[in-house]
Design a protein around this ligand. Structure first.
Ligand code: SAM
Length: 398
């Protein structure tokens, strides 16, 4: 299949650029009926064919859609604008021939690139000139890293070539290996963007016999996947609208020049992994007067948590004495965070529920900071930092 030349849909943002959108070329992904192994062999065949007909550098660029320098710089600028820096750990799924890796070479970051084509991986390893970085062959849709290890996981122009089920498998892995507060960056094709529609029309025009998979996905689907994986959507950006801060002009091989802000051509979805407390014990608020020596905390349960069993822990910290109190249904007992007892073990069937807390024995005027946390055990809660400050409470007169 040949490159698409969609009509640009240019939004005037005060940034100068000209030419057509990019990262929109249709890859020749021959897919017979089998799914993963068929994608895999088609990518391998395509790369080997290019290597036999083109100089290595050209083949390695064309194998991943071309625009090796420009798109790599845009991908790098996007990740840096989201916080990728020295000390970060990035997992680049579908890293190809190192278009992104080469542009990150100056960073003292940890990097893992995963792809299905050994020739692309070897080229990426050598051109990135980072012997400390790992480039490994994909094993199904697994990401071989431990839980909560990565600051970023990116999928640039990758789920555009996978079935939705396979993309979800990868995203589930990305959610697992991502640390709390980390980001997943996905580029995708969608019907609402005129230039993407042109790509689709081109696919339709080529008839039904070409066995090529170029996958579109709706924002609804991405949001639903995020919801089911306890991820939050940070933002979605139109593929044809400049949104990536760039410090130097970027000129693409196709003539596009970008200044100030750039765009990939494909739309971009950014997800983050919230702490379990942010996600599950969403909000607490005092609903009784603090002066009554009794207070209720109202906890709002997110939809994703409804129907699950949870242990709720409530602790109070008296700032002056730096003592932590474990709230029990009958009062507070002094405790370290590691020895908390669950205040309540419940099945989270309601959207909101209240915890009445009686606080005998504390001097009037004593200030308490109240925390609530969710966890399968106190250790789990503490280790994950899985508790949140709800409010500061000043004990009034009885
Ligand atoms: C269009 S290229 C994009 C390469 C790279 N992300 C970039 O933007 O420069 C798509 C890449 O995804 C890889 N790929 C396809 N299926 C994959 C899978 N199941 N796991 C990992 N990589 C895959 C291909 O081999 C190819 O290198």
């Amino acid at each position: 299949m040949t490159s698409s030349k969609p009509t640009p849909s240019v939004v005037d943002t005060g940034n100068e650029f000209e030419g057509v959108p990019h990262l929109l070329s249709l890859d020749s992904l021959e897919v017979s009926e089998g799914g993963h192994s068929a994608y895999r062999s088609s990518y391998e065949e395509k790369t080997r064919h290019l290597l036999s007909t083109e100089p290595v550098e050209t083949a390695m660029s064309l194998a991943i859609g071309g625009e090796y320098d420009g798109i790599g710089r845009l991908e790098s600028a996007l990740l840096r604008s989201l916080g990728l820096t020295d000390g970060s750990f990035l997992i680049d799924v579908g890293c190809g021939s190192g278009r992104l890796a080469v542009q990150l070479n100056d960073l003292q970051c940890k990097y893992l690139g995963i792809d299905i084509v050994p020739e692309l991986l070897r080229y990426a390893q050598s051109t990135s000139r980072r012997p400390d970085w790992r480039f490994i062959e994909a094993d199904g849709f697994k990401i071989p890293e431990k839980d909560e290890a990565a600051d970023f996981v990116c999928f640039f122009s990758v789920i555009t070539h996978l079935t939705h089920a396979d993309s979800f498998r990868y995203l589930r892995e990305a959610a697992r290996v991502l640390r709390i507060g980390g980001k997943i960056v996905i580029s995708f094709l969608e019907f609402k963007i005129p230039a993407h529609w042109d790509v689709f029309e081109q696919m339709v025009g080529e008839g039904v016999d070409h066995h090529v998979l170029n996958q579109f996905i709706s924002r609804d689907a991405l949001s639903a996947w995020a919801h089911h994986l306890n991820l939050q959507v940070v933002g979605m950006f139109d593929g044809d609208t400049p949104h990536i801060p760039i410090s130097e002009d970027i000129r693409l091989d196709n003539g596009t020049i970008m200044k100030g802000l750039g765009f990939l051509g494909q739309s971009v979805c950014i997800l983050t992994k919230p702490s379990k407390t942010e996600m599950n014990v969403f909000r607490g608020s005092p609903v009784a007067n603090a002066g009554q020596r009794e207070v209720s905390i109202q906890i709002v349960v997110r939809d994703a948590m409804r129907g699950r069993d949870a242990h709720i822990y409530v602790a109070a910290k008296e700032p002056a004495m730096d003592t932590l109190y474990n709230a029990t249904p009958t009062g507070f007992i002094a405790a370290g965070l590691g020895s908390l007892e669950p205040f309540l073990s419940v099945t989270l069937t309601e959207h909101t529920f209240s915890l009445p807390i009686d606080i005998p024995g504390l001097e009037p005027g004593c200030a308490l900071e109240v925390y609530a946390g969710y966890g399968t055990s106190p250790d789990d809660m503490v280790q994950n930092g899985d508790y949140a400050h709800l409010y500061t409470f000043v004990q009034g007169e009885a």
